[in-house]
Design a protein around this ligand. Structure first.
Ligand code: KIV
Length: 274
């Protein structure tokens, strides 16, 4: 993303995301959970780095995002914030730290900014969380909404299911998206949503939509980086593997082990001989 004058942005800000929508320029977001990968994605020019609560299933070995706590998130948010020179850093609010009240949500968001160094927070839900969006933006913290398949509600949604299908679904989701916009969110993630519904919401909103499994009609896209990099043994149908780091790393580890056992590593070049 570049500024309207054509010069490179030194730091992506909320207004750059807004202006990109006005220009019809797509924005990019990737998850990041640690310093070295965040530094690589930042250098690659990714506009926004999301410390998702997907840290739970992707990094910490949980079966889903539900067990993740704010205390667990903070070190990851800190590491990514330290790495990001250009990207806007967005921290997810994990399950259980914002639903009870606007006060609870604000306290959690403040921790992400004050202790983690985040520039913005994201959390799941539509109309029901608009008091939380108002409280957080009112305190000067930008908010990204999250609609469609919302993993923190997977138990009530009946598992990982595409949203936006069936009678009234488009209307309901559009109402939620408009409510988030009116409450002050600057962008909204649309996850696993019927592509025509996501495209419709994108048309209706003046703020950016960021799709994940929601088709090409969104203002930007987000992926979990391990899916993009081929790090796991499973990735969702909507993700594209741009690399095969999982198999490359396994091959590297096997070659290293074989060379240690055979004595080929360390060689004289890798040794201090005097
Ligand atoms: O936690 C996460 O990684 C997310 C993305 C899937 C948008 O919320």
């Amino acid at each position: 993303m570049s500024t309207p004058k054509g010069s490179d942005i030194t730091r992506v800000r909320v207004h750059h995301i807004r202006e990109a929508k006005e220009r019809g320029e797509r924005v990019t977001m990737l998850t990041a959970y640690d310093f070295p990968t965040a530094r690589i994605f930042d250098a690659a020019g990714i506009d926004m780095l999301l410390i998702g609560d997907s840290v739970g299933d992707n990094i910490l070995g949980h079966p889903n995002t539900l067990p993740v706590t704010v205390d667990e998130m903070i070190p990851h948010v800190r590491a990514v914030s330290r790495a990001a020179q250009r990207a806007l850093v967005v921290a997810d609010l994990p399950f259980g730290c914002y639903e009870a009240s606007p006060e609870q949500a604000l306290a959690s968001a403040v921790r992400m900014v004050k202790e983690g160094g985040a520039n913005a927070v994201k959390f799941e839900g539509g109309e029901r969380v608009t008091p939380q969006v108002r409280a957080i933006t009112g305190a000067g913290i930008p908010v990204v909404g999250h609609l469609g398949f919302t993993p923190q509600s997977e138990n009530i949604l009946g598992g990982k299911r595409v949203q936006g299908r069936g009678p009234g679904a488009e209307e309901r989701l559009t109402k939620d998206a408009v409510a988030l916009q009116e409450a002050g969110a600057f962008a909204v993630v649309l996850e696993m949503m019927s592509a025509p519904v996501a495209a419709h919401i994108t048309e209706v909103l003046t703020i950016s939509t960021i799709g994940i499994g929601a088709g090409v009609g969104c203002d930007g896209q987000v992926l979990v980086w391990l899916d993009l990099a081929g790090m796991g043994d499973w990735s969702p149908r909507f993700a594209k593997q741009y690399a095969h780091l999982g198999s490359d790393l396994e091959a590297a580890a096997k070659e290293y082990a074989a060379e240690v056992k055979s004595g080929a590593f360390p060689s004289p070049e890798q040794s201090y001989l005097q």
